[in-house]
Write a new protein. Structure first.
Length: 64
């Protein structure tokens, strides 16, 4: 049985993946949401973050 992975990503995950500070991660998170024209109530998916950052989705999933 495989473990269930999350679909959404949060600034704390971005911190872990990129090694950025909390503030930088929050700013990057917001920048990606603006780039993707997402509203405040909409979530950012792992796939969207992966595509924006140029990191394979499998690698991102290892850190969340």
């Amino acid at each position: 049985m495989s473990s269930i992975k999350r679909l959404c990503i949060y600034p704390k995950d971005i911190m872990r993946i990129t090694g950025r500070s909390e503030r930088s991660s929050r700013l990057l998170f917001k920048k990606i949401k603006i780039h993707l024209d997402k509203k405040d109530h909409q979530v950012l998916t792992v796939k969207e973050f992966s595509e924006y950052a140029g990191i394979e989705e499998d690698m991102v999933n290892r850190y969340i």
